[in-house]
Design a protein around this ligand. Structure first.
Ligand code: AMP
Ligand code: ZN
Ligand code: FE
Ligand code: FE
Length: 277
């Protein structure tokens, strides 16, 4: 079993890098990819523990991007050989600043809606980079919502009144940044693009491939078996690598288990070899 999409407490997961490595070792994962939002700090901290535990880990990242000025697209980047360049780490600092600026506007927006949260309170819940799951937890703690699902539904979801759009790089630009840094750009959980029409879906992914996309996450906790099969077929057609991961976050997503997702994920081990080729 492998899992190439996970989050630590350096972004919006609940396990520290060390705890995540320990869990992966306990589950006997053959490889663990760490893909925190906008930061490599989780991987950096996990690397030593993984070595000690004899666990193979893959350095990764998850970036929020915008496709053609409209659609939010999550892009995974994998550094399977060489670790990212200093220039890339520098660029991530800009991404982190965009996140913080979004968080400021989100806190202000929630206050307008009558849910008084201060950015400092949110940041106290996250180690270095707060995300919407931290806002959700605070809204529950303060009694504005009864659980985090409700917090997303009432306030934080893209379709909810509290949602504020984040400044994000274009998908094409982020793909270029990853390629220049020696990374492999992969489209994360394509089902979340929410495109029902498979012809339109294919057209969009084809456009990303022309922009340099190199892989597609066919296996993910939100994908049905037929989704996975569709994306594997599309990968063959467009000569993309296939990746897979649970998108494990720990407590913020208690129904998703490391490695097995909603208990039915079975990510082929040889995807890792593809990634390293
Ligand atoms: P952010 O990057 O701060 O905008 O937050 C993104 C995180 O919020 C991701 O881990 C998502 O899985 C999570 N998220 C987004 N929408 C929802 C939702 N409707 N319910 C639960 N979690 C969500
Ligand atoms: Zn997340
Ligand atoms: Fe994502
Ligand atoms: Fe993720």
């Amino acid at each position: 079993m492998i899992d190439l999409h996970t989050h630590t407490s350096e972004s919006d997961g609940s396990l520290s890098p060390r705890e995540l490595v320990e869990l992966a070792a306990r589950l006997k994962l053959e490889a663990l990819g760490i893909t925190d939002h906008d930061t490599l700090a989780g991987y950096d901290r996990a690397a030593g523990y993984a070595k000690a535990a004899g666990l193979e880990i893959v350095c990764g990242i998850e970036l929020t991007t915008r496709w053609e000025g409209r659609k939010t697209v999550h892009l995974l980047g994998y550094f399977a050989g060489e670790l990212p360049s200093a220039d890339f780490r520098e660029w991530l600092i800009e991404m982190q600043a965009q996140r913080r600026e979004r968080n400021e506007r989100l806190a202000a927006r929630l206050c307008e809606l009558g849910a008084t949260v201060r950015l400092e309170e949110v940041e106290a819940l996250g180690r270095s980079l707060a995300g919407r799951p931290h806002f959700a937890r605070l809204l529950v703690q303060k009694g504005y919502c009864s659980n985090t699902d409700e917090a997303f539904r009432m306030y934080l979801d893209e379709s909810a009144p509290g949602y504020v759009e984040r400044n994000a790089p274009s998908t094409a630009f982020a793909i270029q940044q990853l390629l220049e840094a020696g990374g492999i750009p992969v489209l994360a959980h394509p089902v979340r693009l929410g495109i029902r029409d498979t012809v339109l879906e294919e057209r969009m992914i084809c456009g990303m491939t022309e922009a340099g996309l190199a892989g597609i996450e066919a296996f993910h906790s939100d994908h049905s078996a037929s989704d996975a099969a569709r994306y594997e077929a599309l990968a063959r057609k467009l000569a993309l690598k296939v990746t897979g991961g649970s998108d494990f976050h720990g407590d913020p997503k208690p129904d998703i288990a490391l490695g097995s997702g909603r208990r039915n994920l079975n990510i082929p081990v040889d995807l890792l070899r593809q990634l390293r080729d």
